[in-house]
Ligand binder design. Structure first.
Ligand code: UDP
Ligand code: MG
Length: 332
């Protein structure tokens, strides 16, 4: 068996501060792996520019001109991290045997790639990179991230604890993954559904080399919410159950009210009535909100908009042509 072709897929959004540093690190890792004979020298680093507003795309184009091992694609606009990773993976799928997706900020230890590739050579199709500690994160980020995973699992979304989107996937697993047509993307929750033999590789997470995190609390909460509502119907079941219990309690309340009325003990209970009305009103509004969230998701899925749109490719605009098929390059 000849050595597999590896594509490292790197989403980049406003990363001009780190890209010049980390791109060299990615290439060194690639070189190290192919010198060790684990991967083919045809392997590449594929950057996905996610509609950056700074000089990120220029840097990527420059890198692609300098070294044939760098490739880049640009999304037509900013679509978010998950869509950027998907665009890169789908683009890479037809050209390689394995992909590893990783952030471009140098937070994830590149040395874990050796173990990932070893696991692939041992027959795994999916290898999850898992952070063994979160010491480098701020206390706040750590606490919110822990709460995030606990919440997801409690809500029935199957996710690998402390795994973000640093992960090896074989082309075979990706071809199956491509059949998951949903528009609401939550990759780390969807990938385990693909199945195949998988394992975890543990690594220390570093601090961002430069620039700022694009995942403030607001986006974290949005991602958690997407994770739950894209993967699980548990919240709806919970609502149904709670609705049942509340109906039962209301029924008991009516009986109680009737009994007091008939036995002549009734008082002008305006306060209690008002409380109940408010409570039920509040609960209903909340529940409708959650159901509305699902209806909104269905709306998006039904529209089936494209999950990513590639506007440019480095190899279509003067960069080096990659080694394999060009068939999905028609609109470059
Ligand atoms: N990213 C992206 N599109 C976005 C936001 C982020 O492609 O809209 C990329 C970003 O360039 C980085 C990765 O996603 O490579 C993770 O982002 P970040 O490091 O800001 O998140 P954190 O590690 O703090 O969770
Ligand atoms: Mg980061």
């Amino acid at each position: 068996m000849s050595a597999p072709v590896l594509y490292i897929v790197v989403p980049c959004y406003n990363e001009e501060a780190v890209l010049p540093v980390t791109s060299g690190m990615f290439l060194d890792k690639l070189r190290q792996l192919w010198t060790a004979g684990k991967i083919s020298p045809e392997s590449r680093v594929l950057f996905v520019n996610d509609g950056s507003r700074d000089g990120t795309w220029d840097i990527i184009c420059g890198l692609a001109r300098q070294d044939e091992h760098f490739l880049g694609i640009a999304q037509s606009r900013n679509r978010g991290h998950q869509n950027a990773v998907l665009a890169g993976l789908m683009e890479a799928m037809e050209r390689c045997d394995i992909t590893i997706s990783i952030d471009c900020d140098g937070q994830d230890d590149l040395n874990a790639m050796d173990e990932m590739v070893d696991a692939y050579l041992d027959g795994c199709d999916i290898v999850y990179g898992v952070r063994s500690s979160r010491e480098s994160d701020t206390f706040f980020k750590r606490a919110t991230a822990q709460a995030f995973y606990k919440f997801l699992n409690a809500m029935g979304a199957e996710v690998v604890y402390n795994h973000a989107d640093y992960r090896l996937m074989s082309a075979r697993a990706l071809r199956e993954f491509a059949k998951f047509k949903e528009v609401n993307l939550y990759l780390r929750g969807m990938v385990p559904l693909v199945g195949f033999k998988s394992t975890c590789v543990y690594y220390e997470r570093h601090e961002r080399l430069a620039g700022e995190s694009h995942y403030p609390l607001r986006k974290m909460i949005a991602l958690a919410f997407d994770g739950v509502t894209s993967l699980s119907v548990k919240p709806i079941r919970f609502i149904t159950l709670a609705g049942l219990i509340i109906s039962l309690l209301s029924f008991l309340g009516i009986i109680w009210a009737l009994i007091t009325a008939f036995t002549g003990h009734s008082v002008a209970g305006w306060a209690s009535t008002a409380c109940i009305v408010c409570f039920i009103g509040g609960v209903q509004a909340l529940f409708l909100g959650v159901i509305g969230e699902y209806v909104g998701k269905i709306y998006l899925e039904v529209k089936a908009r494209p999950r990513y749109i590639i506007a440019e490719r480095t190899w279509g605009t003067g960069g080096e042509a990659p080694h394999s098929t060009q068939e999905n390059n028609t609109h470059a």
